[in-house]
Design a protein around this ligand. Structure first.
Ligand SMILES: *[C@@H]1O[C@H](CO)[C@@H](O)[C@H](O)[C@H]1NC(C)=O
Ligand SMILES: *[C@@H]1O[C@H](CO)[C@@H](O)[C@H](O)[C@H]1NC(C)=O
Ligand SMILES: *[C@@H]1O[C@H](CO)[C@@H](O)[C@H](O)[C@H]1NC(C)=O
Ligand SMILES: *[C@@H]1O[C@H](CO)[C@@H](O)[C@H](O)[C@H]1NC(C)=O
Ligand SMILES: *[C@@H]1O[C@H](CO)[C@@H](O)[C@H](O)[C@H]1NC(C)=O
Ligand SMILES: *[C@@H]1O[C@H](CO)[C@@H](O)[C@H](O)[C@H]1NC(C)=O
Length: 445
């Protein structure tokens, strides 16, 4: 991919985001969005992908963990390999939370995965060679007065990876994975008006998908990327920040919240001490993910001598992600944490392997689980966070088990998952380059 300097006419915030992002600077973004949009703020409800299903807590957990495990592999494929096929900024695997939005004029509603690990917005468009069978109609560009194809001559088109000039203008083809999990998406880049709640924003660039194949995708009508890359919704809006608050992941019927722009504020009501703020750190070789610095973990009274270094080659480190269920720690680090939990938890280890989690204990019949389980503290750069019990231990009462909501990652990268983020306002401040976590009853927002 050719490298060239970033366009100076880009929005200020965009410059902030891409200054250290050399691989994507060549996209040379134009300031397509009215600067007024920078003051935009809106709120969107999020529903868990399994919401409404009639499943037990254990079944939901199994499904979510399976998706999370699959996602971990995909995220790491994106990180580990350098060949063009997998260094793609677009992640089309499974995600956990859906948001409603509308596309076009007049607006056509659909529901899409909200994904902090992806740098694109896409939906399915007519005429579709192969489209997923989704509950909402496939978007028909000919019925919208605000639709525009992205011409091949646009600088963005030549700068994007995997595009070519086709009958629909700037077309793209991404292939993912191999063997039974292989999949592909094909479509054309375009611009449209998108509506979020009552807020409409014109000229958002998105992928109009026309040929989706393979089992690796979630069966969804689309995706809204919220990554640090130039095509994500937050980058295109020039939104200085966004936040989400995920309700208990054990109760998929509750509604979670996404706040974009001016609504993503830090409410001081929780008391200053309960706000954790830590710097987001750039990874020039993988600029889309939200890396932060985790400088240690304390289990009970034992401070473990562990760090999560982000290596020169872009491997290692830890990211916060909206679509990975449990937390994954690099394997040798996880082994230390596991050993400490085994020695400090006054319960016997369950060896049945029946849950799909690495470490489980037999629930006590007569004692409070909280009393027999060590505390867990994550030492972020600049702030410590003691995790609420339910954010690291999963109680499966029906099975008589209690399991650590963490696993080892055989890849170098670690991921801070949804279980650990539940009932926290998670604020990504893109202007200040910080991540804040504030304990919050997310179902009461
Ligand atoms: C959910 O499943 C249970 C047990 O299979 C059944 O008794 C119940 O009627 C189902 N509820 C709904 C809303 O389908
Ligand atoms: C999206 O809209 C549908 C239909 O109105 C509704 O059933 C669903 O709960 C909504 N989903 C979200 C994430 O708000
Ligand atoms: C759709 O994608 C599949 C897989 O990449 C490909 O084999 C097929 O030819 C495509 N269909 C069309 C009409 O382009
Ligand atoms: C912040 O607090 C105000 C007043 O209590 C409340 O109306 C608002 O919803 C809160 N916002 C968030 C993001 O918690
Ligand atoms: C967790 O680790 C265990 C043992 O290594 C493995 O069998 C299981 O599939 C993993 N689960 C998830 C959800 O990653
Ligand atoms: C629970 O039962 C065990 C074994 O019967 C006993 O050793 C322990 O003290 C009891 N704990 C509580 C809190 O009663």
């Amino acid at each position: 991919m050719a490298s060239s300097s970033c366009s100076l006419s880009s929005l200020m915030i965009f410059l902030v985001v891409v200054t250290f992002v050399s691989p994507i600077c060549s996209t040379s973004r134009r300031a397509l969005i009215d600067p007024k949009a920078m003051q935009i703020g809106f709120r969107v409800d999020l529903k868990h992908v399994d919401s409404g299903g009639n499943r037990t807590k254990f079944e939901r957990l199994q499904r979510a963990m399976k998706r999370g495990n699959f996602r971990l592999q995909r995220l790491n494929e994106m990180v580990a390999k350098t060949d063009s096929e997998v260094s793609s900024p677009v992640y089309h695997g499974k995600g956990e939370f859906l948001m409603n939005l509308s596309i076009g004029t007049p607006p056509e509603p659909y529901s899409a995965i909200m994904d902090t690990g992806s740098d694109i917005i896409w939906t399915q468009c007519k005429p579709c060679q192969q489209c997923f069978d989704v509950p909402t109609p496939v978007f028909d560009p000919t019925k919208s007065s605000s639709f525009s194809q992205l011409p091949c001559s646009s600088s963005l088109c030549s700068a994007l990876q995997f595009t070519y000039c086709g009958t629909d203008g700037c077309e793209y083809l991404y292939r993912y994975g191999f063997n039974s999990l292989s999949s592909s998406i094909q479509g054309a880049m375009a611009t449209e008006t998108f509506t979020f709640g009552k807020v409409s924003v014109p000229n958002i660039e998105f992928g109009c998908g026309k040929n989706h194949t393979g089992s690796a995708f979630s069966i969804v009508a689309g995706l809204v990327g919220l990554s640090r890359g130039p095509l994500s919704l937050v980058s295109q809006l020039g939104a200085p920040k966004f936040s989400y608050c995920l309700t208990s992941i054990y109760d998929s019927s509750e509604t979670s919240t996404l706040l974009i722009g001016s609504l993503a504020i830090v409410n001081s009501t929780g008391g200053k001490n309960s706000i954790i703020t830590t710097p987001l750190i750039p990874n020039p070789s993988k600029p889309y993910f939200y890396y932060f610095s985790l400088q240690g973990i304390t289990v009970g009274d034992t401070a473990l001598p562990i760090t999560f270094p982000l290596n020169q080659d872009g491997s290692g480190g830890i990211i916060i992600d909206s679509g990975t269920t449990i937390t994954y720690l690099e394997q040798s680090t996880f082994d230390l944490v596991k050993k400490e939990f085994i020695s400090q938890t006054r319960l016997s280890v369950d060896k049945s392997g029946s849950t799909g989690l690495d470490l489980c204990f037999t629930l006590p019949s007569n004692a409070s689980v909280v009393d027999v389980t060590p505390k867990l503290v994550f030492h972020f750069d600049g702030a410590d966070m003691e995790l609420p019990f339910e954010n690291y231990m999963i109680q499966l009462s029906d099975m008589g088990l209690m399991c650590l909501a963490m696993n080892g990652s055989s890849f170098g990268m670690s991921v801070f998952g949804n279980v650990q983020q539940q009932n926290m306002m998670v604020i990504h401040d893109l202007a200040k380059e910080t991540l804040s976590l504030i304990p919050t009853q997310c179902n009461q927002l």
